[in-house]
Each structure stands twice: as C-alpha cells, then as structure tokens.
Design a protein around this ligand. Structure first.
Ligand code: AOS
Ligand code: ZN
Ligand code: ZN
Length: 429
C-alpha cells in the first residue's frame, strides 16, 4: 500500500499532542465511569464505525450559478481516489468511496479496484446518473428518465442502471443507489399517478437485474431540479415504491432532501420499523439546500438521527445494515478539509448516541417522565467526545488533529503543481 501522506509526518504531528490527548482521554474516562460507562468500550465502537465518501465530493462543487475551482483540484477518478485516500488516512473513518457513473467511467475497472486498494480504499454504493444527458446519448432525459413518457428514454435509463450494477460487481460494491431528477415544473405537466406507474415499472426492471446479494437504494428528494413535483418526492413515496419493487429494495435518506423542519429522526424510525432503512447521504441544510457540510447547521438533528440508529441497532427487527455516505457540495472550502470536518462531526454524533443511557431513557419513557427522558438524551449530547475520536484515530494510524495535520502536509499545494487546472463552469448538483 502506498499512501499519499507520509506516516512520519502524521507521527510527528501526533507526538506534539499525544500527552494532552492522554490527559483529556483519562479525564473523560473518569467522568464517564461515574455514570457506569466504559470509555474504552465506546472507543472500540467508534473504531468500528465508518462512512463512505462520494467520488464527486473530492472536487469543488458549485451552485447552478457558478463554480470556483481551486488549484490542485482532482480532474479524474484517479486523482479523486488519491484525495479520498488522504481523507481516510487522516480520519481513519472513510475507508470506502462511492462512485458515480458515467462521471467515473474508465476502461479497466479491475485495475481501478486495485488502484483503490493500493490507496487503502474499498468501494461503497454505485450511483447511477439519469439526471443529465451525456454526449451522443440517443434519448433525452429532459422529460424524465425512469418515469419518462418516452419508452426509449426509460429503456436507456434502465440499461444505464444495469450497466452500473455490472461495473459495481467488478469493483466489489453491493448497493445501487438510484436518485432520479424526474418531476415537473408546472401543475398539469404530467399525471402524478401515471408517471409513478412508469417509474415503478422501469425500476422493477432494474431490480430484476440485481444480483442476489445486492440492494437497490431509492433516494427521495422533495424538489430540484424539478420545482413543482418530483416522482419520488418524500419518504412516503419512497417506501411505497420500495415495498412495490421488492424485498431488497430499500429507502435512502439524504438529510437535505426534506421540507424545512421535517422530523427526519422519526422518518428513520419509521423506515426501520418496516425493514426499509437502506442508507443515508449525510449533509446539512439551512433553507432548501442539500449540500452544506454535515453538522455545520444542525448537529443536534444529526445526533437525534444517530440516536434512532442506535435504537434500531439494538432492535434489528428485519436486520440493521444501513449504508452511510457523505453527500455534500464544497463550494467555498477545500473539499478534503470539508470531508475531514464532516466525517468527524458524523462520528461524533455516532459516539454521542452510543453514550445514551438506554435503560434510563426507556425507563423514563415508560414512566411518562418527560424531563428525565429528554435529559437522558441531553446528557449524552452535551459530552465532548473529541478525545474518544482522536484516540481511536491515533490507534488506527490517523491524526489527532486532522485539519492541522492536513495543512502541515502541504498536500494541496503539491497537487497544484502536478495536476492540470479545472475550468470554470456551472456547479454539479
Ligand atoms: C441529488 O440531490 C442527490 O443527493 C444524489 O445523491 C446525487 O446523485 C448526488 O448528489 C450527485 O449529484
Ligand atoms: Zn444524495
Ligand atoms: Zn442531494
């Protein structure tokens, strides 16, 4: 394995903070022990946690107005993998990359799999793209893809998804994530029922091609690029579709794809209750956006989502195996820094949810003791888990302070010398 950041640099960086980290970890350990929590057990849980990074997230994103590239930005999947490797090397929680086709298409996927493995990376869910037309494509997606009235466009979208599965098999993925931009911009533009019928029929054809150990994850989104209606607009449409399509068809929750103030943690519990919780795209949102850095706006909501996940894990019903991925657009930051910071925010909420005294919570719920039930969550949320995360990272070869180590490495400046410049242009979604 040849990793992009020198192990000596990380060790040198860690040496400066190790004594303080031990002090903080031991102090927190004593504090947690007073409430019967073993800090090492929590650290072990954190060490087993991981979240995938999206290949496209390694590039500078943008809005529909503009994109402002930075020097040293990756220009192809090979460079993206290298950047993803940096994120994993320092954070130790992002060992898998989620690819997007055709953006990441290469001629030799076996070689790509080996290349990733040399960088310490595996592969997560494969994402199809039927929200854009590609050069030379026979049928346009302007009027939809899986739900289009045009049978040719529907078939093309089905074929593309099947091709994504085949590529994913070569890479070693076992999930296909399907997000379609299908929808309308005007009342009356399409019939709500008939467009869903067409979607269900086409999606079922993809499902029929799914290998036995694969899952198909349906991602709902309230709006954008369609601004009046979308075909799979919410978790209700998503679960109905997943139930119609088949057992291994599950729902994927992108945190930014809901109406403002929607209770996402309750959606998580509902989907799990019916065996349909397939995965997450983590990001944050302030208005109608789906692309801000995870935990940057509402870390408490992220904690509450993980609290439901901890409940689901303890009560697996039909199984518990959600796929976790970061899905953000980095418009004004170095994408590596944003993903390092987001991975830490996500792991922190996972750790805090692990600290919840479930017996106290359930006891208070049963006794209708509202304040103590709330306090069971509040106590865990208020703990600063940074020493647990840092200790887990150090033990796995990562950095105590991921951002400081990254900056000290001079990685981006080096890449600015090596990589060709990215052109200006509109952003990606
Ligand atoms: C779009 O809003 C969705 O979040 C999808 O996950 C999409 O495939 C991804 O953001 C890449 O554009
Ligand atoms: Zn998403
Ligand atoms: Zn999105």
């Amino acid at each position: 394995m040849t990793l992009p950041i020198s192990a000596d640099l990380i060790a040198e960086h860690n040496a400066k903070g190790l004594e303080a980290l031990h002090e903080d970890y031991e102090a927190l350990g004593r504090k947690l022990a007073r409430t019967g929590i073993d800090i090492d057990a929590i650290k072990k849980r954190v060490a087993g946690f991981s979240v995938a990074v999206p290949s496209w997230g390694a590039g500078r994103g943008g809005t529909r107005f503009a994109k402002f590239p930075i020097a040293g930005e990756p220009t192809n999947i090979h460079e993206k993998l290298e950047d993803c490797s940096v994120i994993n090397q320092l954070s130790t929680v992002t060992p898998r990359v989620s690819p997007h086709f055709p953006w990441d298409k290469v001629s030799d996927f076996k070689a790509l799999r080996e290349e990733a493995s040399e960088l310490g990376l595996g592969w997560d869910a494969v994402n199809s793209n039927t929200f854009q037309d590609q050069v030379g494509q026979a049928h346009t997606y302007a009027n939809g893809s899986l739900s289009s009235q045009d049978a040719g466009a529907r078939q093309q979208a089905v074929d593309h998804n099947i091709e994504c599965i085949e590529i994913g098999q070569q890479l070693g993925s076992t999930d296909l994530t399907v997000w379609v931009g299908d929808g309308t911009n005007f009342p009356g533009q399409q019939d709500f029922a008939r467009s869903l019928d067409r979607y269900l029929d086409a999606a079922s054809q993809i499902y029929a091609a799914l290998p036995g150990d694969w899952r198909m994850l349906l991602e709902h989104k309230m709006f954008e690029p369609a601004f009046y209606s979308t075909v799979i607009s919410d978790w209700g449409s998503s679960i109905l579709a997943a139930q119609t399509i088949g057992e291994r068809c599950k729902c994927l929750v992108d945190l930014g794809h809901h109406a403002p103030n929607v209770n996402i943690e309750q959606i998580v519990a509902r989907l799990h209750r019916f065996g349909k919780l397939g995965g997450f795209h983590f990001n944050d949102s302030k208005y109608g956006d789906d692309d801000l850095d995870s935990g940057s706006i509402n870390p408490h909501q992220l904690f509450l989502v993980f609290n439901e996940l901890a409940e689901a894990e303890a009560n697996p019903r039909d199984g518990f195996n959600p796929s976790y991925m970061i899905d953000q657009s980095h418009n004004v930051t170095d994408p590596i820094e944003s993903m390092l910071s987001s991975a830490e925010a996500i792991a922190a909420c996972f750790a805090k949810a692990s600290l919840v005294d479930r017996a106290a919570l359930h006891g208070a719920q049963e006794a209708n003791d509202t304040m103590m039930a709330f306090q069971a969550l509040r106590r865990a949320y208020n703990v600063d888990v940074a020493p647990i995360l840092a200790m887990a990272r150090v033990e796995a070869g990562g950095a105590i302070d991921v951002l400081a180590a990254y900056r000290a490495s001079g990685y981006r400046a080096r890449k600015a010398q090596e990589r060709k410049a990215v052109g200006l242009g509109a952003g990606i979604v």
